[in-house]
Design a protein around this ligand. Structure first.
Ligand code: HEM
Length: 164
């Protein structure tokens, strides 16, 4: 007897719960909000963007550069390569194009010798001719060396060769 009453209660549980919910407009509104949220969650899971494939690496350059030659590598060329010289070394900073490419905060260094700018904390274009940095003081030269170490040390930038 007791068993029968339990089974009739459990079989009627969902319909009665449903009736209870739709009886109140507030419950209907809440049900609507919950349905909408569940729909949005399910949809957002379906729309997971594809991972962006890494850009193919450019072949390594092996040469000395004059200031004039360096200018071609400011990221605006067909291959998008960006070179930056620091303390007489040339670094391929193409991977850091968000910094050195067009519109980046350090775009003035792209295709240039950045030594003087880095030494003097100035994000302006370098001289148009070769800069021997001979007028920089000891602190400024130390700063240039530290930047050079940072560029070398990070490992993400390919070090090419001495800048002519
Ligand atoms: C208000 C002034 C500045 C702020 C707030 C600032 C901020 C930053 C930040 C947050 C980074 C690291 C970005 C990252 O790794 O995701 C960075 C990197 C860098 N900053 Fe600045 N910076 C400032 C001024 C300067 C100046 C004056 C120079 C040079 C003249 C400079 C040169 C650099 C360079 C070369 C990098 C390395 C980018 C790379 O990883 O290749 N910054 N800066």
């Amino acid at each position: 007897m007791a068993e029968g009453s339990v089974s009739s209660e459990s079989s009627g549980l969902f319909p009665s719960l449903f009736l209870e919910i739709i009886r109140s407009p507030l419950n209907i509104a809440l049900l609507g909000v919950i349905t909408l949220l569940v729909y949005k969650i399910v949809k957002s899971r379906q729309n997971i963007p594809e991972p962006i494939p890494p850009e193919p690496e450019l072949p390594k350059l092996r040469k000395d550069f004059t200031v004039e030659e360096l200018k071609k590598y400011d990221g605006k060329g067909p291959d998008g390569r960006i070179l930056v010289a620091v303390n007489g070394k040339v670094f391929d900073v193409t991977k850091g194009k968000r910094f050195y490419g067009q519109g980046g905060p350090y775009s003035a260094f792209g295709g240039r010798d950045a030594s003087r700018g880095l030494a003097t904390f100035s994000v302006v274009s370098a001289k148009d001719e070769y800069d021997d940095l001979s007028d920089l003081n000891t602190m400024e030269m130390d700063s240039v060396r530290e930047w050079e170490m940072q560029f070398k040390g990070e490992g993400q930038y390919m070090y090419i060769k001495f800048c002519a």
